[in-house]
Design a protein around this ligand. Structure first.
Ligand code: COA
Length: 260
């Protein structure tokens, strides 16, 4: 399908989804949110896709936030719909069942930081910048920022970032647990490609089980989370990939996972 605001690139089992509005620093308007929702649904359904990379076009921004020009004219009801559309997209990324890496080369602000936080891993250039500056617009985060940042970085850092609207560098974001890796700008593409290839070659049903146990099991009390893990562990024994992985180890060869 042709998108107006996205570019899609396929390399082996890795699909890269690029938000492509560089003249607006890849800001998320309603149309872009809708296109991302479709693009992620397609990535979920396509068995040939084993890992997804999400990024923004150009050097300057991953995504500089929700589209302020569009929001400026919203009624509260339109804002509610916009927030729900954004939140549904973020949840669909989080629950994709396949690993999603955010490749962050520049600004990841507001909705851009929320989009990055919905991904499972965040690899940032040392030049990347993060923040939840909504308060400077008289707003609060609306695509899950208050909740996902809380879970990644804790209450103190979340309140500080959201209440001050401060923009922080990649290294600070790494210290706070927001970013999983920080690399030199010229190493970003190779790092993301190697990580995506590694994730794409891993046993996909096991990856789905890990994502489920951490993301869904992690939202419950520990006893329920542990039970969730046990059920996922047991389910893995119904897969051909588990037989292949354990047999390959015993035969001292490389496993070939088929997602069955
Ligand atoms: N929504 C809509 N348009 C945006 C945008 C956003 N979130 N962020 C940037 N843009 C647009 C600018 O309006 C400008 O458009 P124009 O050329 O038609 O005037 C273009 O992108 C380039 O941005 P500009 O502000 O000129 O670049 P800069 O280098 O001077 O500043 C930022 C970069 C990121 C610091 C600045 O664009 C900014 O503060 N953006 C908003 C960040 C924000 O508050 N995000 C949270 C929204 S909820």
């Amino acid at each position: 399908m042709a998108y107006r605001n996205l570019e899609i690139d396929n390399r082996g089992a890795v699909r890269t989804i690029i938000v492509n509005r560089p003249d607006k620093l890849n800001a998320l308007n309603r149309e872009t949110l809708n296109e991302l929702t479709i693009a992620f649904a397609q990535a979920a359904q396509d068995d040939s896709v084993r890992a997804v990379v999400l990024t923004g076009a150009g050097e300057k921004a991953f995504v500089a936030g929700a589209d302020i020009a569009e929001m400026n004219g919203y009624t509260p009801i339109q804002a509610q719909g916009f927030s729900r559309t954004g939140q549904r997209l973020m949840s669909s990324i989080e629950r994709l069942g396949k690993p999603v890496i955010a490749r962050i080369q520049g600004f990841a602000l507001g909705g851009g930081m929320e989009l990055a936080m919905a991904c499972h891993l965040r690899v940032a250039s040392e030049k990347a910048k993060f923040g939840q500056p909504e308060i400077n617009l008289g707003l609060i985060p609306g695509f899950g920022g208050t909740q996902r940042l809380l879970r990644l970085a804790g209450r103190g850092a979340t309140l500080e970032l959201c209440l001050t609207g401060a923009v922080i560098g990649a290294q600070r974001a790494h210290e706070l647990g927001i970013v999983t890796r920080v690399v030199a700008a010229d190493a970003l593409d190779d790092t993301v490609a190697a990580l995506a290839d590694q994730l794409a070659a891993a046993a996909p049903l096991a990856a789905a089980g890990i994502l489920d146990a951490v993301l869904q099991g992690g939202e419950t009390a520990i006893d329920q989370g542990l039970e969730f893990e046990t059920q996922g562990f047991a389910l893995a024994f119904s897969t051909e990939d588990m037989r292949e992985g354990t047999t390959a180890f015993l035969q001292k060869r490389k496993a070939e996972f088929k997602g069955r």
